[in-house]
Write a protein that binds this ligand. Structure first.
Ligand code: AHR
Length: 351
């Protein structure tokens, strides 16, 4: 069975998931599950993908090759640490770590190297969404199951075991819904938005940008500046500084991660502007960013959970035991705003 997931298909699927459907829609899209919420009926094995995680060398330890994006953000640091903490011998695993340094070509070579090393399962957190079919086919031909984590891929379902991570489009929709309500509550009638995008072509960027584009069209909002800050603080500051030099009107900053938000805030302060006088919204939920919501500097954050190691480990164990697993499982995530920030601060990740 070959099911090609398009970006539009992903969006529809995410909308379905948000509506609480959580399972397949008549077999035209894969099954989904929100952690702790809905259970799926359509499973990884019924998608036409027949590989199961196995202890191929019989040493009692599963070697997991982790093809990681890089080290661009606080989120990424917490995500890597979660894998390093969980995939240890005491839990029955060994981790082989490959850092792509945000380079999509290097990452494809990293996965090929993991295949050549004979790891028993690969976890791929893709830098960008394109060009993965040949590499995933090579892993499949070598009998190595691939778990996709963090960022979804628009590839055929029969090329990977399962996806676990954020629903980036739904995160974006939570933030744009917040913006709409916040503007109404505060009598803000015009939206002139600075849009700091993440790594172009990553599904984190695609989903969050798509939510903004749609909300802007539906509500008559203006996007006055749109530029990638590549999910880093330094680049976020640089693009905000270059925008400020243009002296254009703006009242909202939609920044696709906390690190770029810190950079944008530093740029505002360096230009003598008070960040609190703008509506700044962000994504992720690092501890410092959540503290800024408490302080009123950031108005809301679309939470994205980086602590994926243990849940991915559970899915791998289920596959080893021959249990059914959902094709897609979304992390449970919320919108963080002034109503819940103090509470969220108690469990926020990072620093
Ligand atoms: O894919 C998750 C995104 O990648 C996070 O929002 C960002 O901080 C990270 O770099």
């Amino acid at each position: 069975m070959k099911k090609q997931i398009t970006v539009a298909g992903l969006a529809a699927l995410m909308a379905l998931s948000l509506a609480g459907c959580g399972t397949n829609n008549g077999g035209t899209t894969p099954s989904t599950s929100d952690t702790g919420a809905t259970s799926a009926t359509d499973t990884a094995s019924s998608s036409g993908y027949n590989l199961q995680v196995k202890d191929l060398n019989g040493d009692g330890i599963i070697t997991v090759g982790f093809a990681q994006v890089g080290a661009e953000s606080g989120w990424r640091t917490a995500n890597t640490q979660s894998y390093k903490d969980y995939f240890v011998e005491a839990n029955g695993f060994k981790l082989v770590f490959a850092d792509a340094n945000q380079d999509p070509d290097k990452q494809k070579q990293d996965v090929r190297d993991l295949i050549a090393q004979g790891v028993e399962v690969i976890d791929l957190a893709p830098v960008t969404d394109s060009g993965w079919e040949p590499v995933l086919q090579e892993a499949k031909d070598a009998g190595i199951p691939v778990v996709i984590s963090d960022r979804q891929l628009s590839v055929s379902e029969d090329l990977y075991l399962t996806y676990f991570g954020g629903n980036m489009y739904a995160e974006g929709q939570r933030v744009t819904d917040f913006l709409k309500t916040y503007m109404a509550d505060n009598n803000i009638t015009t939206a002139n938005i600075v849009h700091l995008q993440g790594t172009i072509g990553s599904t984190a960027q695609i989903g969050r940008s798509q939510a903004l584009t749609e909300a802007a069209a539906a509500n008559g909002w203006n996007i006055v500046y749109e530029q990638t800050g590549e999910f880093t603080q330094a680049k976020g500051q640089e693009v905000m500084e270059s925008f400020l030099q243009q002296n254009k009107d703006f009242n909202i900053i939609y920044s696709e991660n906390d690190d770029m938000t810190y950079g944008a805030i530093a740029a505002l302060q360096a230009a003598g502007k008070d960040p609190k006088s703008y509506v700044i919204v962000s994504f992720d939920g690092n501890k410092s960013a959540v503290q800024m919501v408490v302080d009123g500097t950031i108005k809301a954050i679309g939470q994205c959970n980086p602590l994926l190691g243990p849940q991915v480990g559970d899915l791998i164990k289920k596959s080893m035991n021959g249990e059914a697993i959902p094709k897609i499982t979304y992390s449970q995530e919320v919108l963080i705003d002034s109503s819940n920030a103090a509470d969220q601060l108690k469990t926020a990740f990072g620093s």
